[in-house]
Design a protein around this ligand. Structure first.
Ligand code: NAD
Length: 505
């Protein structure tokens, strides 16, 4: 099985025209969570390489910023075409490298295609404002210029989609990009970069150094973070990483876009459609084996429906198929590694200690000792205590009872993270209360669906310890450009703002 995965990965990468020296013989061992065995060894960069990489990106920027934005959009259109043509290959690599079930691996690539389409249209819509001036024969405008070099640091769990959210926008905005992928997922980054290179070859005249990849861990990421020539650092990962990155980028007055951990909740009200709720909770909490930033981790259930919904949920947890993401029909694949499984077990032990009743959570033997599959855990908690306030990146759902919607919203908001949230209700008043300024404090608030599975059309991101960044749709593009305000005097006199006089005769 293991050798079969290594051989398949090697074949897929070679099929994309990637030379073996990029994934065999290096010092970064890549394990497939499907079996836990090494499937490639990738040469890493060193922190010292960052200086040259950034210099190339900076030189490329001086040319790319002058290419008209709709023309830049053409490159992203070509990238979208390459992704469409190679969706199966890249989706398969996502499954092999990070263990997503087949439809989720393909879904990740679809998300890349979607953001390319979005960015192509955007390349003709990088609008500024016209503003009324207080002075005669004056005009005020606001325009948006490319910002510079964008460093993209990505997490293992969306190894390629998050790059695409950033790259597609940054490229149409006139920025150059340097990608430091997760050290747990360098192969999908190699494949994605190969597809971009195909698009670049078809595009023709793009500057050398427009898009680069730096393999390595946090040291290499740190060198990118500290380099003052990197105008924007867009970093996705744990809150621990974001806290470090935010401070280092701020210390040099750079700009950061942070997409960090979530601890997402759903509220099930008395008016909820419980069949729909059951299905939504199952996908939200167990999909991607609980390894989405938007995974449902806390469920507040009204006391009047608790005894109807929760036993049914427990049954789903007991019967859901856990297994290889590429064989059979398992809905829950492996955890990324041993550390992840251990963190899950530690959280469950802490939950028991805090009075929780744990259903599931045990290890499931699928492919031997080196891989880590676990039955998702549902934990009935007496309150929001112990590990409930932390993000454990594994399939654990903490379920709590509530009496009033105000209590439920207070629980929902009572954690340090602020990424995604949802309510299940058919009562308009409860829905609107949840969506109001006094409702959910998260960047994403959904109705009658779980907190995960965002579309690219909306801005994606969250508040508090989730970092405050926004990526993907809506006007997130503004984060990749610099704003310039212009005051233009087309008259012959020089009236000063606020009526100030300064007459030098
Ligand atoms: P991680 O924080 O361990 O690593 C993420 C990336 O940051 C990796 O590329 C890593 O090499 C790099 N890194 C780590 N420390 C760094 C430092 N000090 N300086 C520079 N780079 C550094 O996260 P992970 O385990 O890969 O991913 C899981 C986490 O990511 C979860 O917390 C999840 O919620 C979060 N996540 C958030 C979003 C979002 O959009 N909010 C999306 C996906 C994942």
């Amino acid at each position: 099985m293991t050798q079969a995965i290594a051989a398949e990965v090697s074949g897929l990468l070679r099929g994309l025209g990637i030379a073996e020296r990029h994934f065999i013989g290096g010092d970064l061992a890549v394990a497939s969570p499907i079996t836990g065995e090494t499937i490639a060894t990738v040469p890493q960069g060193a922190a010292a390489d960052v200086t040259d990489v950034v210099a190339r990106a900076q030189t490329a920027f001086t040319a790319w910023r002058r290419v008209p934005a709709p023309r830049r959009g053409e490159l992203v259109r070509l990238l979208g075409e390459e992704l469409r043509a190679h969706k199966d290959v890249l989706g398969r690599l996502v499954s092999l490298e990070v263990g997503k079930v087949v439809s989720e691996g393909l879904g990740e690539v679809q998300e890349m295609i979607d953001i390319c389409d979005f960015a192509v249209g955007l390349s003709r819509q990088l609008y500024g404002l016209t503003i009324q001036s207080e002075r005669p024969d004056h005009r005020l405008t606001e325009q948006w210029h490319p910002a510079g070099v964008v460093g993209i640091i990505s997490a293992f769990n969306f190894p390629v989609a998050v790059w695409a959210w950033n790259a597609a926008l940054a490229l149409v905005c006139g920025d150059t990009i340097i990608w430091k992928p997760s050290e747990k997922a360098p192969l999908t980054a190699l494949a994605t970069h190969a597809l971009l290179e195909r698009a670049l070859a078809r595009f023709g005249a793009a500057p050398e150094g427009l898009a680069q990849v730096l393999m390595g861990g946090r040291e290499v990421g740190g060198a990118l973070v500290d380099d003052a020539r990197v105008a924007i650092v867009s970093a996705t990962g744990s809150t621990r990483m974001g806290r470090d990155v935010a401070q280092r980028v701020a210390a040099r007055f750079g700009r950061s876009i942070l997409e960090l951990g979530g601890n997402n909740a759903s509220i099930v009200t008395p008016s909820a459609d419980l069949d729909l709720t059951l299905r939504a909770v199952a996908f939200g909490a167990m999909g991607t084996a609980g390894q989405r930033c938007t995974t449902l981790r806390r469920l507040m259930v009204h006391e009047s429906v608790y005894d109807v919904l929760v036993p049914k949920l427990v049954r789903v947890y007991q019967t859901i198929s856990v297994g290889s993401p590429i064989a059979g029909h398992a809905l829950v694949g492996p955890l990324i590694d041993r550390a992840s499984f251990e963190a899950m077990q530690d959280a469950l032990a802490a939950a028991r200690e805090a009075g929780g009743i744990v259903h599931g959570g045990e290890r499931v033997d699928v492919n031997g000792d080196a891989s880590f599959y676990a039955r998702p855990a549902l934990v009935e908690m007496p309150g929001q205590v112990g590990p409930v306030v932390d993000e454990t990146f594994a399939p654990i759902l903490y379920v709590m009872k509530y009496a009033t919607l105000a209590d439920a919203i207070a629980l929902q908001n009572g954690v340090p993270q602020g990424l995604s949230s949802s309510i299940f209700a058919t009562d308009l008043r409860e829905v609107e209360q949840f969506l109001s300024a006094a409702g959910s404090d998260c960047g994403i608030a959904n109705v009658n669906m779980g907190p995960s599975g965002a579309e690219i059309g909306g801005a994606f991101g969250g508040e508090k310890e989730t970092g405050g960044g926004r990526e993907s749709g809506s006007d997130a593009w503004r984060g990749y450009m610099r704003r310039q305000t212009n005051a233009i005097n087309y008259g012959r006199s020089l009236p000063l703002a606020q009526g100030v006089t300064f007459d030098v005769g």
